[in-house]
Design a protein around this ligand. Structure first.
Ligand SMILES: [Zn+2]
Ligand SMILES: [Zn+2]
Length: 263
């Protein structure tokens, strides 16, 4: 619909440019009052061949005044959708109310227009700038929200993570991450191995450790250090007394954050 209109206007403009005659009119007859007037007495129009509206400014103005006068108090006519609406906050933005003007743009049309004319990139830039200026404010708001809505956030998070497609995506991401960061991951794992080796006391023979690991594996468990080998607070030993068998899931959820008698 819109493009059709645009094409029509474009076509008209081209025709006008080709003929180029009427565009040079210095005088024109008003279709309403039939007076011949100078072209500055007419408003411009993109849609006519002459580039001018058919009625003169005076006639246009009086038409508008009549229209306005016919609208009762408490109502207005939208200059875009032409609907007569009630003056209230549902139909108008706050800054428009209280003006005597009866040709206003209704809320719906104004939102539509601002959406159509908005420059998405400029808007993005503005938001970015605003965020940079109000960094502290945003941080404070977030902190406040998190501390006031802990349970809500936790349950939502759990719900989200339990979705099968999310799980799948996550697994894929982890696989991809490992592939792209192989060296790093191997380094981490080597560092862990060396920490583990260092944590083995001299009296604990390696062969018993190996046996314990083998047993755990055959039973489908993972070996966990009851007191973590490395955390910020404690250093457990790599010995059988400090071992426990956990399922993969239990082990993953434990991390190095919990141990008996932890402070
Ligand atoms: Zn006129
Ligand atoms: Zn409207």
């Amino acid at each position: 619909m819109k493009t059709a209109k645009k094409n029509f206007t474009e076509q008209l403009r081209q025709n006008t440019a080709q003929e180029g005659v009427e565009h040079q009119l210095t005088e024109k007859e008003c279709s309403k009052c039939k007076k011949v007037k100078d072209r500055c007495e007419f408003y411009n129009s993109k849609r006519t061949r002459s580039g001018l509206q058919s009625q003169c400014k005076e006639c246009k103005r009086s038409k508008l005044a009549n229209e306005k006068a016919s609208i009762p108090d408490g109502l207005f006519k939208c200059s875009r959708c032409d609907q007569i609406k009630e003056v209230n906050l549902d139909n108008l933005h706050k800054d428009r109310i209280g003006k005597s003007n009866k040709m206003l743009m209704c809320k719906v049309c104004r939102t539509k227009r601002s959406y159509e004319t908005s420059d998405k990139l400029a808007q993005k830039e503005r938001h970015k700038k605003w965020r940079a200026i109000n960094k502290d404010k945003i941080a404070r708001y977030k902190k406040n929200y998190v501390s006031n809505n802990r349970d809500k956030i936790a349950s939502k998070d759990k719900e989200y993570r339990s979705k099968s497609e999310v799980k799948l995506k996550r697994r894929e991401y982890e696989r991809e991450y490992y592939k792209n960061n192989r060296e790093k991951m191997i380094a981490i794992s080597c560092a862990y191995d060396s920490r583990v080796r260092k944590a083995r006391p001299a009296w604990q023979e390696q062969k018993y450790i190996n046996e314990y690991y083998k047993n755990a594996k055959s039973l489908g468990f993972e070996v966990d250090h009851i007191v973590p080998i490395k955390s910020k607070l404690v250093c457990g030993l790599h010995c059988i007394d400090n071992f426990q068998m956990l399922t993969r899931k239990e082990n993953a959820s434990k991390g190095n954050r919990f141990w008996p008698d932890m402070p």
